[in-house]
Write a protein that binds this ligand. Sequence first.
Ligand code: ATP
Ligand code: MG
Ligand code: FE
Length: 339
Amino acid sequence: MLILGLESSCDETAAALVTGDRQVLAHRLAGQEAAHAPYGGVVPEIAARAHVEALAPLVEAALADAGVTLDQVDAIAATAGPGLIGGVMVGLVTGKALAHAAGKPLVAVNHLEGHALSPRLSDPDLGFPYLLLLVSGGHCQLLLVEGVGRYRRLATTIDDAAGEAFDKTAKLLGLGFPGGPAVERAAANGDPFKVPLPRPLKGAAEPHFSFAGLKSAVARAVEDYSAEDLSASFQQAVIDCLVDRTQRALAVAPEATTLVVAGGVAANSAVRAALRGLAEAHGRRFVAPPLWLCTDNAAMIAWAGAERFAAGISDPLDIPARPRWPLDPAAEAVRGAGV
Ligand code: ATP
Ligand code: MG
Ligand code: FE
């Protein structure tokens, strides 16, 4: 089985070709950092326009890299949400057009399912169920992954996502955008225990997350410490929260013999090391995808498409793009109760 995947939900335009037996034949990616850097964050209109310009050439380049034509592809997988709606529409409409022109099935992929299943692309031994810490620019969730399309959300953030906290901290410290890698680099030369920072919700019974107070505390300390010490102390506080909250979820999910981390923040080596230590302390296996598969890419979309297509799932060409699309709609429905 050969799947073409398209990704355009935020500020990465990407196309990839992945086989059902986990071979990544091509993955092309065009970032937009330079276009958004002057604004300190992603500007939706600039992102959508950049996706329009970048996507078709990336598809052609990926097909050439893999040495295949569209005729040899079994299905086309495109991110259909959640994300910035203009960008999502560019990728989804391109996927629909290619599917229609080539007479191939379309698989509409939830971007979060791409992150959630990406560890199964890099690790053939990762079976269901597993406990997933999904830490990205827009999400911070603990999910019990029971199967393709079967996600039970155990926890979410009550304010900012973990990646968002990294990005806002980087902005406060003048480290530029995107913030996560910049904070990690600065942290390497700082003291993680120099700046006293809070650990929001640490020890709370429910395994939810909160990062807004941490960012505010960094803002108050910004005059008194170096960017290196602030970065290291902030990163340590985030890690302490992630580990504490994940430990709580491990206790209520004994069926998950493997702890998995995915999403952009999973590219942080201190985060990975701390979660590996937690898993080992609890007798669980630990899996994290390679760094390039943690941040946004189209291989994870192609792979999620492959998993869905193998399960007999494809979608009609009038399927809409969705700016919001929870992996666990039942958990999302009780948001009114607090989270
Ligand atoms: P979502 O997947 O929730 O829709 P997104 O697609 O924008 O959001 P990703 O591409 O998965 O998010 O991840 C990007 C986030 O990961 C950014 O917030 C970025 O700062 C963060 N990030 C990337 N690399 C690192 C790193 N080395 N350390 C910490 N954070 C990182
Ligand atoms: Mg990005
Ligand atoms: Fe993402």
